[in-house]
Design a binder for this molecule. Structure first.
Ligand code: NAD
Length: 238
């Protein structure tokens, strides 16, 4: 069984993708056919989709909210929360996921680079902070408006938009001596580049997942298996 040894000087940067939530029952995004839960990304997850049909976009994210609320963290999420407890501020988690399963497992030092399912922000980008929004909308008329008048849209980084917290993410990657990447196909950028940035800084790089990602050759070690089965017991903290 694979073991990743973590020394007292190590700083760990973790990147997770849709695969870590697969065992919690949330479908991954299938890069091969561009489908997420049976929907074409161009129809539900782009600025053009929002312009064209905001009702359909809200219908899609309302369904994701309903599924997310029913899902529970799995042993993969729990293993990362436990690792954070051991390492404190030598641990940092960046997730591409928009679900809140990492938080519900106990992770605290984390950023959601692609946004959060249970938040909404103004479609006009008027500068006001995102607000908590857990509603399951059945009709576009139910969706609230910002004080500036813009309609609230899901707090999701659509394909083609700039991911969140990039400065902090880049700073944390520079500090890391170990990068662990879990359950991401290596097809969505800039996240797929993080492993290259970590390598440039001299970090060890480990991938965990059942299939080799597209950027597999950039990893010093690929641990094949499902996150929930492989991750408990994967870390040896010295
Ligand atoms: P992806 O769907 O492109 O790839 C998923 C990867 O997970 C695949 O490589 C697959 O082999 C792997 N995988 C499947 N089951 C696994 C398991 N049990 N353990 C570990 N790995 C497993 O995912 P991505 O690269 O994260 O890109 C998807 C994009 O879509 C992201 O931008 C994300 O925001 C969004 N998305 C989010 C969620 C979510 O929040 N749960 C779900 C679907 C898509």
């Amino acid at each position: 069984m694979a073991v990743i040894s973590i020394g007292s000087e190590d700083r760990v940067f973790v990147l997770t993708g849709a695969g870590i939530s697969a065992e919690s029952g949330l479908p991954t995004f299938r890069a091969e056919d561009g489908l997420w839960a049976g929907n074409r990304i161009e129809d539900v997850c782009t600025p053009e989709a929002w312009e064209r049909n905001p009702a359909l976009v809200w219908e899609f994210y309302s369904a994701r909210r309903a599924a997310g609320a029913k899902a529970e963290p799995n042993p993969g999420h729990v293993a990362l929360a436990e690792l954070e407890k051991r390492l404190g501020d030598r641990f940092f988690l960046c997730t591409q996921n928009v679900d809140d399963l990492h938080e519900r497992a106990g992770s605290r030092r984390l950023v959601h680079m692609h946004g959060e399912l249970n938040m909404a922000h103004c479609e006009l980008d008027c500068g006001r902070a995102p607000v908590e929004d857990r509603a399951i909308y059945r009709d576009l008329e139910e969706v609230g408006r910002c004080v500036c008048g813009g309609r609230l849209r899901p707090h999701i980084v659509f394909f083609g938009e700039i991911p969140l917290e990039m400065e902090r993410i880049q700073a944390e990657i520079k500090l890391a001596s170990l990068m662990l990447v879990v359950g991401t196909s290596g097809s969505v950028y800039p996240a797929a580049n993080f492993v290259h940035w970590a390598r440039m800084g001299g970090a060890r790089t480990v991938y965990v997942g059942p299939d080799a990602p597209l950027n597999a050759s950039a990893f010093t070690n690929v641990v094949e298996g499902k996150a929930g089965e492989v991750m408990p017991g994967l870390f040896l903290v010295q």
